[in-house]
Ligand binder design. Structure first.
Ligand SMILES: C=C1C[C@]23C[C@@]1(O)CC[C@H]2[C@@]12CC[C@H](O)[C@@](C)(C(=O)O1)[C@H]2[C@@H]3C(=O)O
Ligand SMILES: O=C(O)CCC(=O)C(=O)O
Ligand SMILES: [Fe+2]
Length: 334
């Protein structure tokens, strides 16, 4: 039996007083069933209306998901000194509370990796845990299966947009030089609510993702919120069996603003640990990010021309909440 010390009991009463007993979950999130024939049009509609949707019947083996989740839990349960052997994040590697290079702080620890199995960021794994090979293989299985499912969704999206080359997005992720990233996040339950209250700390502050598409899976702990087009924040009901897709800044540019990247954040006040795993599908560094000609019916581009390397370099000089695309918007005379 666990006997709580007095301060811990006090914390519990604080928790009881401060946590709303019910989180109001938004029930209108678009759900895309990949086994249904109308999914391509629903994907386009969801990207236009929300920049966000949930995918079910995705075909990613449950075993790959549970294996990686249990490896992630094992990793995050290691002593801090062990985890720190894989840090600091530069930007790949283990990070704790500090997000990115510009002073953002969150109630989160994480592991950021490149997705190429041969690339050096997986070297971080070899310094960790009792069986780094199991972690490596769980990661490779998961990333491969999620990438395949993501490409299927991107091809449906291109079809839905009536773009004649349906691999226009997926080929960027499939390219061997694709600059895709993988992230494991762990949001521990808050031990010190007062500190969190005082500092207004959140799990992961509001932002948009710079890549083409982000594919997020979490355990059944709440926390994720997205901003609707009217600026209202809504709580996303967690669903450990589904994947959430988020439109990134690069897809916003490639669709000349028809899709908009979704602002999102993670709040901390759950009593439960949240573990999330996110695949950020990005293009090769040299790729020009520009509106697709097939979508430009006489319009002009809303954005200056830039490569993914230029955008990424600029993004790494911004704070999390900044409007990163702002620097690349073209002033269009009306
Ligand atoms: C504050 C930052 C963290 C971030 C790099 C940045 O300077 C701005 C973009 C951030 C973000 C958001 C999505 C992904 O989690 C991420 C890996 C990415 O590609 O851009 C993070 C960056 C990071 O944590 O290094
Ligand atoms: O952990 C989450 O659920 C979301 C995290 C996120 O938005 C990110 O890592 O970019
Ligand atoms: Fe994000």
């Amino acid at each position: 039996m666990v006997v709580l010390s007095k301060p811990a009991i006090e914390q519990c009463s604080f928790i009881r007083n401060c946590i709303p007993t019910t989180t109001t979950f938004y029930t209108g999130i678009p759900i895309i069933d990949l086994s249904k024939p109308d999914s391509k049009n629903l994907i386009v509609k969801a990207c236009e209306d929300f920049g966000f949707f949930k995918v079910i019947n995705h075909g990613v083996p449950r075993q790959f998901i549970t294996n990686l989740e249990s490896e992630a839990i094992k990793f995050f349960s290691l002593p801090l000194s062990e985890k720190e052997k894989a840090g600091p994040p530069t930007p790949m590697g283990y990070g704790n509370k500090s997000i990115g290079p510009n002073g953002d702080i969150g109630w989160v620890e994480y592991l950021l990796l490149t997705t190429n199995p041969d690339s050096c960021s997986h070297k971080f794994l070899s310094v960790l845990g009792e069986n780094p090979e199991m972690f490596r293989s769980a990661l490779n299985d998961y990333i491969l299966a999620v990438k395949e499912m993501t490409c299927e969704v991107l091809e449906l999206m291109a079809d839905g947009l009536k773009i004649p080359t349906s691999n226009v997005f997926s080929k960027l992720l499939k390219d061997e030089k694709s600059d895709s990233v993988f992230r494991l996040n762990h949001y521990p339950p808050c031990p010190d609510f007062q500190a969190l209250e005082d500092s207004n700390m959140v799990g992961f502050g509001e932002h948009t993702d710079p890549q083409i598409i982000s594919v997020l899976r979490s355990n059944n702990a709440s926390g994720l919120q997205i901003s609707l087009r009217n600026g209202n924040w809504i709580s996303v009901p967690p669903d450990q069996d589904s994947f959430f897709f988020l439109v990134g800044d690069s897809l916003q540019v490639m669709t000349n603003g028809r899709f908009q990247s979704v602002r999102h954040r993670v709040l901390t006040n759950s009593l439960k640990s949240r573990v999330s795993m996110i695949y950020f599908g990005g293009p090769p560094l040299s790729e020009k990010i520009t509106p697709l000609p097939a979508l430009m019916k006489g319009e002009t581009s809303l954005y200056k021309e830039f490569t993914w390397l230029e955008y990424k370099t600029s993004a790494y000089n911004t704070k999390l909440a900044d409007n990163r695309l702002g620097h690349f918007e073209r002033i269009v005379a009306s």
